[in-house]
Design a protein around this ligand. Sequence first.
Ligand SMILES: [Zn+2]
Length: 415
Amino acid sequence: MTATRLGTPGADGPGAAGADSGGTGAVGGRSSSVPADGVWADVVGQEAAVSQFRRAASPEGSLAQAWLVTGPPGSGRSTAARAFAATLQCEQASGCGRCRACRTTLAGTHPDVTVVATDKLSIAKEEVRALVMTAQRSPATGRHRVVIVEDADRMTAGTFNVLLKSIEEPPPSTVWMLCAPSAEDLAPTIRSRCRLVTLSVPSSAVVAELLQRRDGVDEDLAVRAARAAQGHIGLALRYATQQGALAAREESARTLLSLRGAGQAVLAAQALVDRATAEAKEHADLVAVEEKQRFLRSAGIEDGKVPPSLRSQVRQLEEDAKRRQTRLVRDVLDRYLLDAHSVLRDVLSRQLGTGSELVNIDVAPEIERTAAQVSGQITLGLLEAVQGARERISGNVPPLLAIEALLARIAVSLR
Ligand SMILES: [Zn+2]
């Protein structure tokens, strides 16, 4: 087994703002011509991190056995972790991108590289135990055994203890790579034993360039998608490749700036939550069906009839899917709120005359108009209100309540 999928993260599900789907390349796959930087070609806008990894992997470098790769969602944490794993396995010891070890590592089929990705709210203790067992084994073909945990922040407190011993004293050829939004997301006992690599938000210019080179997106669309995604690589890819995604985003921005009165705000909030729920459900259903099919296939069941002995496992899968959907709704809403934040920030930048590029170029007229209508003080207050709503939703306030309150405030302020 080379890739453990706890749940099935699409390379870019609707929860893209929450999950780190940066740059795992969902569309079209890798082009056949390998760029000069080998396995690092798709790790864009992260020069400092890349040189840190390269130094560590070089014969003169000191190779830490536990790494913590942090960075905002979509910055490419897992892409960077995979590139590092490929460099460690590379037959040329350089991350050439051409040898079998490099290619299989990037494709997720190298026998000594295990990648754990999850759509679930948390990674269970048993799953981490299995990983620790894997980490104990010596590599089958490569120089190292590499275990990558894409969402290490989803390990529960109890799980950290299971992991701790293996991270403290791993077998000599094992390398752990934990990925998380920030170092604070992991227990201090774990993070103090890891070497930290911090990724930054890639500029929209480098993201646009990546979409053109890697995914064959045309220039104009790549630029608009990258700008709208604000440095989130997976989201940019989604905007560039999913029909109507950019248009829906623009429409939301217009609605936001045209809200007048509490009645409209209540309706708009309901519509937003409905849309997030539908989007999350569509994705979660798809994943649930795939998961169930895979499970039945692995149990040798062809006709879809679940024998009594397996029913509880199937029920467990279905419960997992439900939990996943709950989180996805919140992730999708968070993405909407980040969009709203970017619109208001555009308004503020016009009010302050900073001269910086608008994120939402397609709604520039509405942004200009709003900027002239209200004061910068009001816009600042609204930006804080958006952050407040994000915090409330992540703190388990019912999303509809939080969104209603926010939109009502915006509607009153813009009146
Ligand atoms: Zn290679």
